[in-house]
Design a protein around this ligand. Structure first.
Ligand SMILES: [Zn+2]
Ligand SMILES: [Zn+2]
Ligand SMILES: [Zn+2]
Length: 765
């Protein structure tokens, strides 16, 4: 007797990034392949599938469903239940179902895929040179979405009605553009327009070609990209780069460049296999690469630096603009100093007036501002220093079930973080919360995230610094939410733990420029024993004066002077130190008074400030244009200090009440001695880096002896210093520690909100 095949019906729910990434057509193709009947549809929380067929076919279907997902889809979870069969005649794609209170993950914007790129450069294709070409595997997502489910009417593409050809692609489940919400072509989609500095239309049949000529001619063009305007100019034209610096009032801050392809990247920088992979990834971030001396990119693009931020074209607009121009292009945020990146045409014309000579704009609105992400590969792992395009709003996975919490971040490089379920939704990089425009960006982005992920926080976490706008924002919510203050350096360490999914206690090394301490002093060179329930400060750099407070941060020579006076006394100033020769005597007297009286001279244990002080002291950098410049240039100097070998400077550690305080008098006097003996800046700097690494290891060993903890978490902006990071990890590992570093969120203040959110979650249990 022939065996009768069993017909079964499976109800499937798949969640994760499963919408706007070609998931339903993939399901459709799979169902067709196995001759299954039923349907698939999007809801506000998942993709629901009902399939009916022979059980062996169902099993194949389920296996492939999980193993062969489209490139941009990510299944976070799947559930399957079996039911008696019903009378399905075919397999269909159903309409989206919106559900109150439900949410799903939203895909970040994705760099142009190979298929779209091929079409854009195929003269016979109807999308030849069309800058808004995309498909379900690539293109804008987060920047155009206003709400979920992710359907065209919920995006800024709603104002473009598809032509019949585009509509046919959109409706065909077997087409790469099936339900690609931003689908468009030259006939029906967004269009480019070239404008002059005053916003007057410049007539041109090919605005990209016209812009390319302008760039070749040394002009500065503001380019509307995915998440806002970028200022661009020819990176091999020193005059153009200098003009851009002058107009942006940024003499030193490094600019990133976009190069046509990997071959061009290799002509300018050293590119490892890992770095190549990162450059070519769908996230397509700016990657900090080791710059070659024979590079044709002008030094003025990143003055005094040995690393260059490089990215590849990530939209068809960039591909078309650069592939035929050839030369690397500077691409820097379209803003004046620290305002958020301009996103609307009118806003750009107003705010970038006087900076850009021309504007290449288009009529597809940007809903969410979205900067380029910045990443580096260190010790074979990717570290993100600015997390935005390509990464946000994809969440970080938590090791526990979270409550609904909002964490407001700090001040510089701010992000906020919202938690629910086992997710931490960290916003894209918002910027320095120092002005109202950035605060508005913060509030608008927060409203969008709360809406997209349906989060109604029960607690709000914030930094102890009362002057931060993020703190003021949180305090303004008092009475409506439970407020949880979280100390800055503890938040850094908790962030690093969460980034690594670690809940057991760690020795946290939290090094940055400035953070408000629990004792009202400015912390920044901290050793903590911490877990999510709390922390104990077990070590720090000794307190030293910051003459003039905040003002000293922009003038590291003042810090050097203050530290010298405090540690070695006035006699040390008589040694004829080069950095003092440029300093005004009145200012020296002022600093002396501030150090003596303590007036307007707060105390700090900051490691960032120690780097600043040493940088100024040995005459590497006394005044800065961008945050961290003195320390960054000190690091650059150290790369040339090979004679220093493994040698280090002396320092001492004093124990007081179970707290190890690192004293720096011997360090400063040894550096002075080296200077007077004519040791090069490079070798002093290298030796200084060795010293800090040794110091970290020694304090950690001390703490480990009394606590038994063998796990060290490194966090804080100072660990963007790659040389220090490498040295510290090497020493700690050889001393038997396991070392946690950041992977998914920045070690700088861009990662603080994650730590705050995690701590708040444990505080409100
Ligand atoms: Zn594509
Ligand atoms: Zn069309
Ligand atoms: Zn910090």
């Amino acid at each position: 007797m022939a065996k009768v095949a069993t017909i079964e019906l499976a109800r499937i729910s798949a969640w994760g990034v499963v919408q706007g990434v070609g998931f339903r057509p993939f399901v459709y193709r799979l169902a067709t392949k196995y001759e299954l009947k039923g349907w698939v549809c999007n809801t506000s929380e998942d993709v629901k599938i009902e399939v009916q067929g022979e059980s062996k076919d169902l099993q194949h279907f389920l296996k492939e469903l999980q193993e062969n997902v489209p490139p941009q889809a990510r299944i976070e979870g799947i559930s399957v239940t079996y039911h008696p069969p019903t009378d399905y005649k075919a397999f269909e794609i159903g309409h989206s179902i919106a559900q109150e209170g439900k949410y799903q993950l939203v895909s970040p914007d994705i760099a142009t895929c190979q298929d779209c790129r091929r079409e854009v450069f195929d003269a016979a294709d109807r999308r030849y040179h069309y800058p808004f070409t995309n498909c379900t595997n690539c293109g804008p997502r987060f920047t155009i979405i206003q709400d979920i489910p992710y359907d065209r009417p919920m995006t800024t593409m709603r104002s473009f009605k598809m032509c019949s050809e585009c509509q046919a692609e959109y409706d065909d489940p077997l087409n790469r553009r099936f339900h690609a919400q931003p689908n468009a072509c030259p006939k029906c989609g967004p269009q480019l327009e070239l404008l002059d500095a005053r916003g007057e239309h410049i007539s041109s049949s090919d605005p990209i070609a016209a812009a390319r000529l302008l760039l070749q001619d040394g002009r500065i063009v503001a380019l509307k990209g995915l998440g806002g305007f970028l200022l661009t100019c020819n990176a091999t034209d020193n005059g153009a780069v200098r003009a851009l610096r002058q107009r942006k009032k940024r003499p030193f801050k490094p600019f990133a460049v976009m190069v046509a392809d990997i071959a061009e990247a290799r002509k300018n920088c050293h590119v490892s296999e890992q770095e190549e992979k990162l450059l070519l990834s769908p996230q397509s971030p700016i990657v900090l690469l080791r710059w070659q001396s024979e590079s044709r990119v002008c030094q003025s693009v990143a003055p005094n630096l040995k690393y260059l931020g490089v990215m590849l074209p990530y939209t068809p607009l960039h591909h078309t603009l650069i592939e035929e121009a050839g030369a690397p292009l500077v691409m820097t945020s379209g803003n004046l100093s620290e305002e958020p990146i301009a996103k609307d045409n009118d806003e750009a014309l107003r705010r970038l007036y006087g900076i850009a000579d021309y504007f290449l704009v288009h009529n597809r609105d940007i809903y969410a501002r979205y900067d380029d992400s910045v990443a580096m590969v260190e010790r074979d792992s990717v570290q993100i220093t600015r997390r935005a395009r390509g990464y946000a709003p994809y969440p970080i996975h938590l090791s526990f079930q979270a409550k609904q919490v909002l964490a407001c971040g700090a001040e510089q490089k701010t992000t906020f973080c919202l938690t629910r379920d086992n997710y931490a939704f960290i916003s894209q990089h918002i910027g320095d919360l120092e002005n109202l425009e950035t605060m508005e960006h913060f509030e608008n982005t927060l409203a969008l995230y709360r809406e997209l992920f349906r989060i109604r926080p029960e607690a709000v976490a914030y930094d102890l610094h009362l002057e931060y706008l993020s703190t003021k924002y949180a305090l303004g919510l008092a009475g409506r939410f439970k407020l949880v203050p979280v100390q800055h350096h503890y938040a850094h360490i908790a962030s690093c733990m969460a980034d690594n999914g670690v809940e057991t206690p760690v020795i946290g090394v939290s090094f940055d420029g400035t953070g408000y301490g629990s004792d009202d002093h400015i912390w920044g060179g901290e050793f903590l024993v911490a877990d999510y329930n709390g922390f104990k400060r077990v070590g720090h750099l000794e307190y030293l004066p910051l003459p003039g407070g905040e003002a000293a941060i922009k003038k590291p020579y003042r810090i050097a002077l203050g530290y010298l006076l405090k540690l070695l006394g006035e006699d040390s100033l008589k040694a004829g130190l080069p950095f003092l020769k440029q300093t005004d005597l009145v200012e020296i007297d002022l600093v002396k008074r501030q150090v003596q009286t303590g007036l307007n001279s707060p105390l700090t244990s900051s490691m960032g400030r120690l780097f600043d002080a040493v940088s100024a002291l040995i005459n590497v950098r006394g005044e800065i244009d961008y945050e961290g410049q003195a320390a960054v240039e000190l690091e650059m100097a150290a790369y040339d200090g090979s004679e220093a070998g493994n040698s280090s400077y002396p320092y001492s550690i004093a124990e007081w009440d179970d707290v190890s305080v690192v004293h720096l008098q011997e360090l400063f006097s040894a550096i002075l001695k080296d200077m007077l003996q004519g040791v090069s800046k490079a070798n002093i700097s290298a030796r200084f880096h060795n010293t800090v690494a040794k110091m970290v290891c020694e304090v950690c060993q001390e703490v480990s002896r009394s606590t038994g903890i063998k796990q060290v978490a490194l966090s804080g902006g100072v660990f963007q210093n790659r040389l220090l990071l490498r040295n510290v990890i090497a020493l700690l590992e050889s001393a038997g520690f396991s070392v946690l570093t950041h992977r998914q969120v920045p070690c700088n203040d861009g990662g603080i909100s994650l730590g705050q959110a995690v701590v708040a979650n444990f505080a409100i249990i």
